[in-house]
Design a protein around this ligand. Structure first.
Ligand code: ADP
Ligand code: ASP
Ligand code: MG
Length: 436
């Protein structure tokens, strides 16, 4: 059995849904995870922000526009009147729930219910389309089994048991369709796995259901060696080790959700990245296999804040770093990069939510400097310390870019540089030019 995930662009129009329908039509017993049609999650968030602003007219207009998009999709997707009317009824029901939600006062709980509608609609349409094509697909509601705990982590035993149960109820099904992204939190409320989280759903399900492979189908032929949105002439990387892919995803390669490799790696299930527009292309295979002596790819993570704490007291003082880390732990803020010297420590965070409190507490330990709008550039490959020359090559490529921090040695797979936002494109291009 395989788990196959199709992203927003892959199901972004009636034609694309039909195309995915063809791709999965022969997949016996596979679990197919779908994102919302592209643009829908953003539209739902806009609706939610109109509700937050108490702008009922704007919310109603946006709902109306979205409804029109789905009406047009249904028209183009289905051949028979019977299926058109079944799909219209299903989508109408979801829009009537949306209209009810739009009458309620804003809360984050409300926003999560609204944003979940995208995946609920795309899966319903795909399931009906497959039925019209004579395929016995079964729709498995992700909200019945995708559960997270109070830290937002998947509750593995529950997911494994409930998802297996849901599948075994339909032994005659050709394949199973489910929603990516959405889940229930510890209070049983509708929640989600963060933007781009359908990849994570697929990886969790593939790992826990013991799939032979997890396929992530998207709009590009695999993980490229640099970010194609900023650099021309990037090329697909055909093989990656789990750790390399995890570093790239975490440090900004948008093709994969940051935490999506984790479950697959823990359960040793290979992940394959494939292109829906070019299904024959080789794509990228991510598994427990390291290609020695090669730099694979470069990625960039935006919106990074650098914090420097300078303290005379750090000199020869043990326990200083512990005090620093405890402040970040207290405010539930994770640290990405860190460098130290005898007089101070520099570190980076990507979440400024609790920065004022953090800054206040850090000030008691030393002089604090904050630099916003920074970018982490991450070079990934076989960077085991005994390999010679790779660090020098990366540094040499960035000779003319001001570098605020360098982090190396934290893993065998990555060297990271902190630079200014305005230097990002130049740095990515220079690295491509010098390394590939
Ligand atoms: P989906 O909607 O299928 O989840 P995403 O938009 O989340 O697709 O991810 C695919 C996009 O990721 C590509 O279109 C590409 O622009 C972007 N991307 C960023 N970095 C990379 C990379 N290193 N390799 C491939 N694609 C990348
Ligand atoms: N629909 C969600 C988003 O746009 C989840 C996903 O596509 O993975 O972020
Ligand atoms: Mg994505």
């Amino acid at each position: 059995m395989k788990v196959k995930k199709f992203g927003g662009t892959s199901v972004g129009s009636a034609e694309r849904i039909q195309n995915v329908g063809k791709l999965i039509s022969g997949c016996k017993k596979d679990v197919v995870v779908l994102s919302a049609m592209s643009g829908t999650t953003n539209s739902l968030l806009e609706i939610s922000s109109a509700i937050k602003k108490e702008d009922k007219i704007q919310a109603a207009n946006l709902i109306c526009q979205l409804r029109k998009k789905y009406a047009d999709t249904i028209d183009a997707l289905f051949k028979s009147e019977e299926y058109k009317s079944q799909a219209t009824e299903a989508i109408n029901e979801i829009f009537s729930e949306l209209n009810d939600l739009a009458e309620k006062p804003f809360s984050t709980k409300l926003e999560k219910e609204i944003v979940a509608k995208g995946e609920l609609m795309s899966t319903r349409l795909m399931d009906l389309h497959l039925h019209e094509e004579g395929i016995n697909s079964v729709l498995l509601p992700a909200l019945d089994f995708m559960k997270t705990d109070r830290h937002g982590e998947p509750v593995e035993d529950f997911i494994k048991e409930e998802a297996s149960k849901a599948i075994s109820k339909h032994p005659d099904a050709d394949l199973y369709i489910t929603q990516g992204f959405i889940c229930r939190n510890e209070n049983g409320e509708t929640d989600n796995l963060q933007r781009g989280g359908s990849d994570y759903t697929a990886s969790i399900l593939g790992a826990l259901l013991g799939a032979e492979e997890i396929e992530i189908w998207t709009d590009i032929d695999g993980m490229h060696n640099n970010d194609p949105r900023y650099v021309e002439d990037t090329r697909p990387v055909h093989n990656l080790h789990f750790e390399e892919a995890a570093e790239l995803a975490y440090f900004g390669a948008k093709i994969l959700h940051p935490t999506c490799i984790l479950p697959a790696r823990e359960h040793n299930v290979p992940v394959r990245l494939l292109n829906t527009m070019d299904p024959e292309a080789e794509g990228t295979l991510i598994e427990n296999n390291l290609e020695r002596n090669s730099i694979k790819a470069v990625a960039a993570k935006d919106n990074i804040t650098a914090i420097k704490i300078k303290s005379g007291r750090m000199l020869l003082a043990y326990g200083f770093l512990k005090k620093v880390f405890e402040i970040f732990e207290k405010y539930e803020t994770s640290i990405d990069m860190i460098t130290t010297s005898e007089v101070g420590v520099s570190l980076t965070i990507d979440n400024e939510k609790n920065l004022p409190q953090i800054e206040e507490e850090l000030s008691k330990l030393g002089a604090v400097t904050i630099d916003r709008d920074m970018v982490i550039i991450c070079v990934v490959g076989d960077l085991e310390w005994t390999n010679k020359g790779f660090e020098a090559a990366a540094l040499d490529a960035l000779r003319n870019v001001p570098v605020r921090m360098i982090s190396y040695g934290g893993s065998n797979y990555n060297i990271s540089f902190l630079i200014r936002k305005e230097d990002k494109t130049k740095a990515l291009r220079l690295l491509s030019y010098h390394l590939f």
